[in-house]
Structure formats: C-alpha cells, structure tokens
Design a protein around this ligand. Sequence first.
Ligand code: ADP
Ligand code: MG
Length: 665
Amino acid sequence: MSTLEKIKGIGPKTIQILERLNIHTEEDLIEYYPYRFDVLERSNLRDAFDGDKVILDGIVQTVPLIYYFHKKMNKMTFSLNCGEAILNVTIFNRAFLKNNLKIGTQITVIGKYDKRHGNVVASEIRFGMLPKEAKIEPVYHVTNGISSAQLHKMILMALESNWQPKEIIPAYLVGKYKLDDKRSSILEIHSPGNKKSLERAINYLKYEELFLFMLKMNQLKKNRVWEKGISREITKEAVDEFISQLPFTLTADQLKCVNQVLEDMNSSRVMKRLIQGDVGSGKTIVAIISLYINYLSGYQGAFMAPTEILAEQHYQNVQKMFANYPIKIALLTGKMKKKERGEVLKQLASKEIDIVIGTHSLFSEDVYYDSLGLVITDEQHRFGVNQRTKLKEKGISTDVLYLSATPIPRTYAITLYGDMDVSNIHLKPKGRREIITEIYANTEIKTVLAKIHQEIRQNHQVYVIATQIEESEDDELENVKELKDKFERALGKIAKIGMLHGKMNPEEKDKVMEDFLKNEIQILISTTVIEVGIDVPNATMMVIFDSYRFGLSQLHQLRGRVGRGDFQSYCLLLSDREEERLQIMTKTTDGFKISEEDFRLRGSGDLFGTRQSGDVRFHLADIKRDFPILLHAKEDSMEILESPEYENGKYSYLRKIIEKSMSLD
Ligand code: ADP
Ligand code: MG
C-alpha cells in the first residue's frame, strides 16, 4: 500500500508521530484498531451512583470561575442546567475554554459524579447536545502530539480511498463462522453503526488475530518435531554432587524442574522448556544448574536477562555458585567499553569463556560462539516469540530454557505456549516469612509515614510506587516527582531519597538502582519500571500509591520486590477507593492464585504486563474472554497446516505471513 503522505492533513510531523505508534503505511493506519469503545448515551442521574462515570448534556447557567494553583494548574467551575437537575461542573486545566462557555451554551459533559454534592468532575467538555440515539465512539491508543479524535479522523480519511484489504482467513472458515468480509469489518470497527454490527466486525478481526497467532504457534510446534538437538550423557549423580554443595537445600519443585531439564538435555530432541514460578520461588538456581549440566557436556552457555541491572545481578550470583569450579564466566552488556567487549567476544569465539551472561546484546550480530549448547532467557515474557527465531537465524539450534515470573493458568499456558514444555514451581523456599500486606486510605498517610520511618530506623530500605511521573490532568493521582518532594519534607532528614522513572536515560536509571543496591539511597520513589526481577534483600517495605489503578498480577510483581531477605517485609497499598479486589492481596501471596483471580476479574490484559512487549500481544482479542475463539483458531489453523493443500502451495500467502512474522522482531 502507498505511503501516508498522500492522505490529506498528514505532513512530515504527523508521520513522525504515527511512526511512534508503529503506523508506517496507509494499511497500518487502517488496521490500527480502537482499543475500546465509548457509548455516548445520556446517563440517568437518578440511577447513577456516587463515583460513577456520567455523560450529560445541558445549558451553561453561570459564568465559569477559574482558580489558579501550583504553577501551571487551573480549575474551572460553573453550573449546568441538565433539565432534571442543576449540577456544579468542575474541570481541571481547561481555562482556555472559558470564553466559549457563555451562559446559555449547550454542552455535553463527561465525568465523574459526586452524588452527595451534586457535582460532576469533568474529564471532557464537548460543545452541543447529545444525539438522540446512543452513539458508539471508537477510542484509540495514542501518544504525545496526537489525540484519539485526530487519529480517528485520519483513519476515516484513509478509509475513503479505494483500498482493498488482504483477506487472510480462508473463505471456508469465513463461511463456517458466518463472518462478514474483512473490508466491511474494518469499516465497521472504525465507525460503528450499532452494538450488534460492531460485535460482528470485532468477531471477524479477533478471529483473524487469533487465527494468525495460532497458525504461528502451531508452525513452531511442527518445526520442533524435526529439530535434532545435542544428546548429552550427564548422570544424575554428577548433578546431585553439584547440588549438594549449594548453600541451600532445593525445594521439591526445584528438584522436579532440574530433573525435567536433565531429561530434556540428555534426550536427542531440542529442549524448549518454560519454567513458571512466582517471584522469589527460586528459578535462578534451576537455571544455574542447567548451565552446569551444559558445561559438563562440553558446551558454552548463555544466560540472557531483560535489563543490565538484572544481568549484573545474575552474573554475581552465577560466579558465587561456581566459586569452587574451574568455569570461566563473563558478563556482556551494552554499556561495556569497546576494548573490554572485544576481549569477551574473542574469548567466546575461542571457547575460553564457558558461560556468558548479559542482555539481548548476547545475540548481537558481532557475537560468535564456538559451541553454544544452552540459552536461558530470564523473564521471558519481556522478549518476543521472535527472539527464539532470531537465535535460529544465527544458526543456533541449542537447548533453550525460559524463566517466567508471570504465571498463567495451565489451560491457557498449554495453548499459548503450545510449542514449549512447561514446568511450574509452586512451593517457595522454606523459612520465607510471608509479606504482610495492608490497605490504607490516602487520609491515613501519617500512619504510613510512621511505618516507613520505622523501617528506615532499622536500616532497611523502602520502595514507593506511583502511577505517574509528573503532574498531569488526572491530578487526583500521586506522581513520582511530587512524592519525592513530599518525602523529602517528611523523611529527608533521616533518609536519602531517590527517584526512578521511564523518562530518565538508561545511565541515570542504572546509577539510581546501583545506589539503592548499595543502600546509598534508602527510599526509592519510582514508577513501575522497577518491576522486573530486582533483588535487594535489604528492602523490606513496598508502598504503592493509587493501588486500585493496578492489576492484581502487577501488584503481586511489585510486592515481590520485598521479602527477599531474612527480615519481615511489608506491602502497604494506598487507595482512595474501596475495592474488593485489593483485599485478595492481603489474603494470599500465591502468584498462581492471584493470576487466576486476575483472569477471572479483568481478562488477560494485565497478565502479560504492558502490551508493548512480550510473547502475547493482541490488539483486540482477550485471551480469557475470547478463549473459545482461540480454541477454534487453534483447531482450524492446525487443520490447515496439516492439509495436503497447504503442502501443495494453496495457502502460500499464509506461509508467507507466518514466515515474515517469525523473522520480525
Ligand atoms: P525468582 O524465581 O524470582 O527469580 P530467585 O531465583 O531470585 O527468584 O530466588 C530468590 C531468592 O531465594 C534468592 O536469594 C535465592 O538465592 C533464594 N533461594 C532460591 N532457592 C532457594 C532454596 N531452595 N532455599 C533457600 N533459598 C533459596
Ligand atoms: Mg528472577
């Protein structure tokens, strides 16, 4: 398809913005689906509860008053006559609308209802009344510099051109499920007519998405049958000997995993195993034992982590565990000096190095291994399916082990990770103290501060999490920068306070994390960037502001940052909303249970962390809600892959799509 420039209103600047959304062609734009739909329908105030989202239209009845506060913030209030009631409307940071809000102006207000005070805190004001019939509006994920409405306009513009999408779903399946064609489905999803027709369109696109996904998974599975790996002959005794000198006794689940890995590695088939285990369940040692098995059989091993900090942590850990063995271990990260890096690369190629630990830089183009036999990927959900294929492109067909701390229920795991074997670690090492989790309202901040104070006095460290980096429109939410000031005032005399967020550059982030590791910072205020795998045993308290904003699995991951040492640890959840959901956090620390619960409550969206990365990324489908569709897609795609027609080239376009998607990163 042609480029974006030919669409009216899209200039070089917009193209840059669209690129950030991964929209490069007209086709990308057309296939950029909404992530949710708002139904624009007048709310019935009588049925609305306190705190509900409401949509109302009415007539401005008083001149808006504006208050300015902080440096750049403002708050505007006025009365709105909605017919059945006169409401007080408040909106933040829209002072610029004042001149358009003359008395008598007809407007529509979308916001949160404060029933007791007859107030609406608006998030949006539109001019004009609501249409008589309910209207469905698509909402798109956007980035700085473009609004959902602007993007929508561009998409509609692109849809006006004479385009014809590639039909991917074979015709007989379109018939089987009584789906529309792709063109009308796409038109419908961008400008929905009614709920029913929209649902039909979504079904088409969801099925297509899941069909392609399962096609790829099934292809990976099929490929596996043919892959011959290294047959090793390592005895259980040799492994036991190594295990017996470890500083702790392995749990039954860890032992089970080790045995499964040993069996896989000794067999002539390539190992592809996923170890799922809760944070702190001790997956790393299983990885280290696997590296040992691999070493014994005469091969090099690579251990890949998603961040530099984590790679360094593993490096130290691996060195410690192999202290009594003549194994040469190296670290390879992106921030190494050229000369140092050159030395490591040379020694990898000449097999002087037995085990290398690093980030994805382990598989950069200039890295050559003499005899790589095992690749371990930690926090595998942070890397794509394609990471695996990438290894293959380097001619590497080694045993592979994935570690994941995002457990997903078994039924789903089997389908989603269909091309892998899965082991679970349920048990945690003995002697771990349960983390005490408590919920506080924002008004109880004094109690929370006192608790933090107590930890600091015992020379322990504390994480504080906020949802936002800086003040934004939703000023009810705490943000990292303001919290830092507040904490400086409250505890700055007794603790050094650090700050970590995604807008900092990697060096700054690493520095802060290192200071925290060395206890040069005692209180670390952060967004969720600290989520992955960091091990600071001296950190004993996790404080999470606006915790109702997080999914349970995410809260669980965050909580897993504490309780890693011998001290009693705590997780304090601040929330101004009473949510039943949060209570679960106080009752269990079992990640599998929590993820089941999360699945039950919200579908899969949150389970895989942010949707931008990871194995399983769907635009429209939700693995839980749409599991039945997924199962159909699984069967249908297998049927196609195994059909003689597929072999004969009838579906060559599908083959091309699969091949392409497997080679992309
Ligand atoms: P995760 O599964 O989250 O990656 P780690 O492998 O980092 O967990 O293990 C968490 C901590 O538990 C580490 O400090 C590790 O040394 C320790 N550990 C692992 N296994 C055991 C065990 N069997 N007994 C006692 N401590 C263990
Ligand atoms: Mg880990």
